[in-house]
Design a protein around this ligand. Sequence first.
Ligand code: FHN
Length: 464
Amino acid sequence: MPRRDILILLVLTALGFGTMRRLDQTGAMSPARAAATDTQRDERMRWWREARFGMFIHWGLYAVPAGEYHGLRSKDIGEWIMSWANIPRSEYEPFARQFNPVKFDAARWVRIAKDAGMKYMVITSKHHDGFSMFDSAVSDYDIVDSTPYKKDPMRALSDECKKQGVKFCFYYSIMDWHHPSQYVKAEGKHETAGHGKTQMRDGQKDTYVKYMKAQLRELVTKYDPAVLWFDGEWVDWWTEADGKDLYQYVRGLKPSILINNRVGKGRKGMEGLNKDDQEYAGDFGTPEQQIPPTGIRGVDWESCMTMNETWGFKSYDNQWKSVETLVHNVIDTASKGGNYLLNVGPTAEGEIPPPSVERLAGIGKWMKVNGDAIYGTTAGPFKTQLAWGRATAKPGKLYLHVFNWPADGTLTVPGYTDHVTRAYLMANPKTDLTMKTNAGGLLIQVPSSAPDPIATVIVLEVAR
Ligand code: FHN
C-alpha cells in the first residue's frame, strides 16, 4: 500500500470516523483497527450514554414575533414563522433590532436544567432563519453586530455550564433562509422567505460550505461544545458525501466531539434512525417528537421533544404536557436504551417560560429521588412492554418503574426468573419487600398505595 494511503488510514482512524467503512488492502476493516476504533467511540460516547437526559433550547429572532405576524397566527411551529408567514429577508431582518434579552441570566438557565436532572444542554447557535446567536466574525447578522443587546449569550452559557458541570452543546442548521447562496422557488412564496426546502444558486455551494466551516470553527474553538447537533440537512443540494466531509471537518477540530446523524442524509424522517442501505455519518440517531416503540440494541439514539407544540417561543401555545407525561417519557426513553432531549423556547426578553420552569422543577423532584434508576442505565431485559410500567438496568440491578400501581398489592414481573437477592423501594432502601416466584414470574408484595403517583421505582438486586 503506497505511503499516502497509510497516512489517510491513520488520519481516518485517529479521527474515529463514526460508522465509516475503514480500509485495508482487501477493503475490509482489520479486527484490530475495528476494536481500536470502537473503543475510541465507546470512550467518546461514554458521558452521553450515562447522561440520558438533556435540555434542548430553541432561542432566536423568531421569539420576537412569538408566533404572530401582522395579526396572522398559526398552528405551525414558532421558529418557522419566516416560512409560514412568508416573510422576505428584508422584512425579517428588522426583528434583530427588537431582540434585546435584558432578562437573560445564564446561571439561572443552567440551574433550571441542572435542578431538573439534565446533564447537557443543546442550544440553537443558528437556526433555519440564518441568524447567529453567537459572536461570529464571518457574519454581521449576529447577536453582537445586529441587536441592541450587543453581548454574546453563548459565551455566558458555555462558561456557566462549565462552572455548574453541565455539558454545553450546539445546534446548527445546514439549511439557511438568510444566506445569499440560497433561495426559495415555491408557488406563492417570496424568493427570500423561509420554506421547507431552499434551492442552491449555481456555483454558490462551495461558498456556503466554506461559510459554514468558518462558523463551525468559531463555535468549536471559542465555546468548546461537547455535541454538534446538525439539522436542516433534508435540502436536495446537501448530500451524504457532504455530510461525511463535514463530520470529518468537525471531528478534526475536536476529536472527542459527538455529532448527530443529521450531519448527513442517514435519518429516516422524524423516526430519526438511519436507513440501512449504507454506512451514514453520525454518532447517534435523532427521533423527533416520538419515542421508538422498542429499544434498538447497539444503536445510540436520542429522542427530542417539545414541552408544548412548538420549539421556538409562541405567546399563545399553551398545549403543555403534564409533569407525569414528561417523567414517563424520560423513563420510557431510558428503558429502551435512549436519551431524552426536552425542549424549552425562551422569550425575546431572555426568560424560560414559567410553565416550562414549573414542569422542569416537577421532573427534578422525581429525578432527585430516582435519578440513579435513569443515569448510566441500559435498556431493560423485557422483550414485550410491561403492563404496569418500564424497566431499566445496571450490572446487578434492575429498576422497575411502576406507572400503574397494583390494586391487590402484588406486582407481577412476568416471566422473570433471574435470582433476585433483595427488593426494595428506591425511596426507602432500608425496608425489604417480600417476594416469591411462581410459573408466572416474580411476585413482589408492595404497599397498598403507590408511594409516588407519577412513577414508583422498585429496585431488584440480582445475583450475577
Ligand atoms: O425544522 C426543525 C425544527 O424547527 C426544529 O428545530 C426540529 C428540532 O429537532 N428540527 C427540525 C424539524 O425536523
